[in-house]
Ligand binder design. Structure first.
Ligand code: GAL
Length: 661
């Protein structure tokens, strides 16, 4: 199975193309330095043309041709798209949506994870494939299904399973009523059998949240069955699933526990989103528990969603590729090998275009990237480590709960985290994305903004972290939800957090809604005044010192930013969303005070990322701008991609990359 090497390849659909073409494709892949393709995730009808009749001939033949050119495969279970026989024989496998509409055959992801027939069919096809391919020398790894997501199904199977799920979690209907606050609008139940899936848009947030948790557990069970079936046939099999970065519909942290490694899909679209991509890679490395995640789908040309999007300019795919590797990817697999002629993704670029001609720019660029990947392989990038002393704390439960209020969004959680993330990234300080339950002791600073939903255990972990010398930074709405997305009755942020942060909150203002004539709070800090946005908590210090105050209107007596010293550490509360310039000032100050220094000084828009190969830094310099940039280097290094010693000043052309040892 998968040995430690930097994999390079594409998502390949041999079933779409005439067999005579496979050999041409395999040769072009080899010439581009590729060693892997992902296959099969939408080929259920090929693998099982009719129920119980399996046919592996097509993929056997394709895998054989690919193998002759040194290309091995990641094999996917094909359950994402159901063949027509499934739907016609078992029409109730399809999702019943909240409007009462039964989804139909066609498209994909239109079936229900709770449906017992679907579960049986999934186990059967997975078992047949796993038995057939067990121990196959050219199968490197497996992917379960494709991009699991929240189905939104409310069918009778889901309703019954939801009731059972609740009955194992809540002692009695009364306990559930209390935990969810169901007296509101007469929603309390007397019997678990009275409980239904939430069909109304503005349902109780607690109900919506637990329904998401329940549906996520159904996906976990579905995935686990496939993983266990594959491993029962081949105990050495390595199994992954392709995540959608910051998606909050199912619990990725939990999913990751059932996988050998995490894989991700990313469609960066344009250069303006490179900092979002950086954030996404760090989120995924967090789920993976460190570097070594795979990019199972990386954009390699124009893509289509509802319409066709822009073609990436020259150099863009190279930049995306090195960015992913620099942040911990050990495999780059482009979506897709060749643009397909039919289907709703017919205007979605491949490495080669519809005509399959290798003269296309995308193919030529990827051949050049393949040569660089070969150099990185020789440097031993795969399996190398990343060590950071700053972290962003991202709670999956907060991410999920923020998406469920009144059928809409309470706060944009990732946007709030990114206010802190961007200045760290721009400073060339490495950052991990961690979860409240992770071990925080190795970090000097942990930024934990918008930690709205917490549990007593999490709070105790944070208290210990600070007492032992950590610097913890939070922002508005701390502690405003309990585990059930119900508002606690203690004065905010709740007794134990009042003690940790040394502030109490009785008043706040929501700054997201339109009231243009009303004033918004201003905050003065270190000689500058900043505007506010999103939300403002009015902080009343109990034991904390005031770092910044609100300066206008009714906000003026209140503190805006405070610091509480607890044990050997500090707990900093930033009460509001503030102008970008504020974070550009505050975050580097906190990081520097904690004794963390940037790896390298670079001009604005050039990001330095470090992977440690046997303890020695391998530094990726990524020019995220469309201008030439000059990077002064502190000493001579070896330029891995160009194969020479570095000059005192390294010149990076627009979107250029350098890797220095
Ligand atoms: C992904 C999906 C692929 C393909 C791609 C198009 O989300 O996994 O199968 O649809 O999007 O961009």
């Amino acid at each position: 199975m998968s040995e430690r090497t930097l994999h390079f390849g594409a998502d390949y659909y041999p079933e779409y193309w005439p067999r005579e073409r496979w050999e041409v494709d395999a040769r072009l892949m080899r010439d581009a330095g590729m060693d892997i393709v992902r296959v099969g995730e939408f080929a259920w009808r090929v693998f099982e043309p009719e129920e119980g009749a399996y046919d592996f001939e097509l993929f056997d033949a394709a895998i054989e041709v690919l193998g002759r050119y040194g290309i091995r495969v990641m094999l996917c279970t094909p359950t994402a798209a159901i063949p027509v026989w499934v739907q016609q024989r078992y029409p109730d496998v399809n999702v019943l949506d909240v409007s009462g509409r039964r989804r139909s055959w066609g498209a994909r992801k239109n079936w229900c994870y709770s449906n017992p027939t679907m579960r049986r069919l999934s186990r059967s096809i997975t078992d047949a494939m796993a038995q057939h391919y067990a121990g196959h020398p050219n199968v490197v790894a497996w992917q379960t299904d494709n991009e699991f997501s929240y189905s939104g199904c409310v069918c009778d199977h889901c309703a019954a399973a939801f009731r059972r799920w609740l009955a194992t979690r809540y002692e009695s209907p009364e306990a559930l009523n209390r935990a969810w606050g169901l007296r509101f609008w007469s929603m309390d139940i007397h019997d678990f059998d009275e409980m239904m899936p939430p069909l109304e848009r503005a349902h109780s947030p607690a109900h919506l949240l637990d329904y998401r948790r329940f549906q996520s557990d159904q996906v976990m069970a579905f995935n686990r069955e496939q993983v266990e079936t594959i491993k029962a046939a081949d105990c050495a099999a390595k199994v992954t699933h392709n995540f959608m970065t910051t998606y909050s519909g199912i619990d990725y942290r939990e999913l990751a526990r059932d996988l050998d490694f995490v894989a991700n899909d990313m469609y960066p679209r344009d250069i303006t989103r490179l900092e979002d991509c950086a954030y996404g890679h760090d989120v995924i490395r967090g789920y993976n528990g460190g570097p070594g995640f795979w990019m199972n789908e990386l954009q390699c040309g124009y893509i289509n969603r509802e319409n066709q999007l822009r073609t990436p300019p020259p150099g863009m795919i190279r930049l995306w590729t090195h960015q992913a590797i620099s942040q911990g990817a050990d495999a780059i697999i482009y979506f897709r090998w060749r643009s397909c002629t039919g289907g709703c993704e017919q205007f979605h670029s491949g490495v080669v275009q519809h005509d399959g001609d290798p003269v296309s720019r995308s193919y030529r660029e990827i051949v050049a990237i393949g040569e660089e990947v070969q150099r990185l392989r020789s440097e031993g990038v795969a399996g190398s480590s990343i060590e950071n002393s700053v972290a962003i704390l991202r709670s999956f439960d907060v991410a999920r709960a923020m998406e469920l209020y009144y059928g809409g969004r309470l706060f944009d959680y990732d946007a709030e985290l990114q206010r802190y993330y961007r200045p760290i990234l721009r400073q060339n300080v490495g950052v991990d994305v961690v979860h409240p339950e992770d071990d925080l002791s190795r970090y000097r600073v942990v930024f934990a903004p918008l930690l709205m939903l917490t549990t007593p255990d999490q709070i105790e972990g944070l208290r210990r972290y600070v007492a032992e010398g950590g610097v913890l930074v939070t922002s508005y709405r701390l502690g405003a939800y309990d585990l059930h997305a119900v508002v606690p009755t203690e004065t905010l942020p709740g007794d134990s957090l009042v003690e940790l942060f040394g502030v109490r909150i009785h008043e706040y203002d929501c700054l997201m809604t339109d009231a243009p004539a009303d004033p918004t709070p201003l905050v003065a800090w270190d000689g500058e005044t900043y505007g506010t946005c999103v939300w403002a908590d009015m902080l009343e210090p109990t034991t904390a010192e005031v770092l910044a105050r609100y300066t206008n209107e009714w906000y003026a007596p209140f503190a805006a930013v405070t610091r509480n010293r607890v044990g050997a550490g500090q707990a900093i509360y930033v009460g509001a969303g503030l102008d970008e310039a504020f974070y550009a000032h505050l975050v580097p100050w906190i990081v520097a005070e904690a004794g963390v220094s940037p790896f390298l000084e670079t001009p604005e828009g050039v990001v330095a990322k470090v992977r440690l190969v046997e303890g020695q830094p391998l530094c990726f310099l990524l020019n995220m701008t469309t201008q030439e940039q000059v990077v002064p280097l502190p000493r001579e290094m070896h330029d891995v991609l160009r194969g020479c010693a570095t000059p005192p000043e390294l010149i990076l052309s627009p979107r250029d990359v350098a890797v220095l040892r």
